[in-house]
Design a protein around this ligand. Structure first.
Ligand code: MEV
Length: 436
């Protein structure tokens, strides 16, 4: 195999041909699969091809909906894009469970985003502090044209501060910049502002006499937004009397105590916390994907928040007080309802229509609720039946499709496995017996 040069300049057809010649020689069906996933509408396909580089096909994930989410007294249907079976079923169950108990209450605590210009400076602390105080207004002014549209929408740069980080790393300073980006996630806006401020900072530094006298100038290493946004925070909670948690199998009091204990275990033990929070992310990521938001940014920010006190811990909390069960989540979420994919991807627009076109704050509340609901459903299963029962029921359909079961076979299998444990082998054997 030889490395390829000028690959990005090849046409889509040439790229596919190159791939077929070099990596798919023994797989004649592979290209047919690629083509099957092309959209018949050429302009729609072109739109999708243009989102990233070297596109050869589309990759489908199921687009699903979870109804009955009562959030701040408004009834929502959540759009969810996810490959894992049971997630949407679990979300829908949790939504239904809380529907007649006042639903979910969510509130945005703050919406400040941030970015840093990371600087090397090995001179006098007083010199860089004096320099910063002197030029701060010029730094702010340098982004006037970049900020113009954002300002019209009520956003913009909030503040710049110089942070001495030399105790963490020798000669390391930061310009910490805070922003309000309104309904946009704001990554492009923040990064453009930071790069301009960094540029202005370095230019003005060359003219600052204290630096010139000692021939020691600050040097910008890099400028980028931070995906850690603990000042862009949302909370969501549910609450009901312990009696309301009673089911046919379990008294409310016992359920509530086991539930709180399960959450406390995730608070105390990082190994459990990671899986506990993964379940939360099942709900969060599914809504983020459907709404075209950057789930990687949110993931890294949320996990950093989960370890803000030095230990990785649960994102949710639960308590019983005076016979009332409360369960809540607090997470940082920098989301956008305008810009990025939101105005480009037709299914993202569709997802926003389902949500009745929320603004960024509303979307933060919806997404936090999706995480809380998912966690409620997971813990409820874990402390009662275990998750495999529901999981394998959903997984059964995947197995049946994989085995290419007919609809009559499916019916028989589903009936049989209502009372028996699902596994790939068990289903395969059952089908083989049916067919023999
Ligand atoms: C599976 O995707 C998610 C769970 O493992 C979450 C949890 O353990 O809380 C069920």
């Amino acid at each position: 195999m030889q490395p390829v040069s000028g690959f990005s300049k090849k046409s889509k057809e040439e790229k596919i041909q190159w791939l077929a010649d070099n990596y798919l020689a023994n797989n004649s069906g592979a290209i047919t699969i690629l083509e099957k996933y092309w959209n018949r509408d050429e302009s729609l396909q072109k739109l999708h091809d243009g989102f990233i580089e070297n596109t050869i096909s589309n990759y489908y994930l199921p687009f699903s909906i979870a109804p009955n989410f009562l959030i701040n007294q408004k009834l929502y249907v959540l759009p969810m894009v996810i490959e894992e079976s049971s997630v949407v079923a679990a979300a829908s169950n949790a939504a239904k469970f809380w529907l007649d108990k006042g639903g979910f209450i969510a509130k945005v605590i703050s919406t400040i985003k941030n970015g840093q210009i990371h600087i090397n400076f090995f001179g006098s602390v007083t010199d860089i502090q004096d320099f910063f105080s002197e030029i701060k207004p010029q730094l702010q002014k340098s982004i006037t044209s970049i900020e113009k549209n954002m300002k019209k929408r009520g956003g913009g740069l909030l503040d710049i501060s110089l942070i001495n980080t030399t105790e963490k790393l020798d000669g390391y300073y930061q310009l910490h910049c805070t922003f309000n980006t309104g309904d946009a996630m704001g990554a492009n806006f923040i990064n453009s502002c930071l790069e301009k401020i960094a540029n202005t900072f370095e230019t003005l530094a060359k003219e600052f006499s204290a630096f010139a006298d000692k021939n020691t100038f600050p040097e910008v290493i890099l400028s980028i937004l931070s995906n850690y946004v603990p000042e862009c925070l949302v909370q969501a909670h549910v609450q009901c009397s312990v009696e309301q948690l009673t089911t046919r199998e379990l008294k409310g009091e016992i359920f509530a105590e086991k539930f709180v204990r399960a959450v406390d275990i995730a608070i105390a033990e990082p190994r459990r916390a990671v899986t506990h929070n993964k379940g939360i992310m099942n709900g969060i990521d599914a809504v983020l994907l459907a709404t075209g938001n950057d789930y990687r940014a949110v993931e890294s920010g949320i996990h950093a928040y989960a370890s803000k006190n030095g230990n990785y811990t649960s994102l949710t909390h639960a308590k019983i007080e005076n016979g009332i069960f409360s369960f809540w989540i607090e997470i940082p979420l920098a989301l956008g309802t305008v810009g990025g994919l939101t105005s480009l991807h037709p299914l993202v627009k569709f997802a926003f229509s389902i949500l009745q076109n929320p603004n960024a704050k509303e979307l933060m509340q919806i997404v936090a609720v999706a995480g809380l609901a998912q966690n409620f459903a997971a813990i409820r299963s874990l402390i009662t039946t275990g998750i495999q029962k529901g999981h394998m029921k959903m997984h059964l359909m995947n197995i049946l499709n994989q085995i290419k079961a007919s609809s009559t076979e499916k019916e028989k299998v589903i009936h049989y496995f209502k009372e028996n444990t699902v596994s790939y082998n068990a289903v395969e054997n059952f089908i083989e017996n049916l067919r023999s």
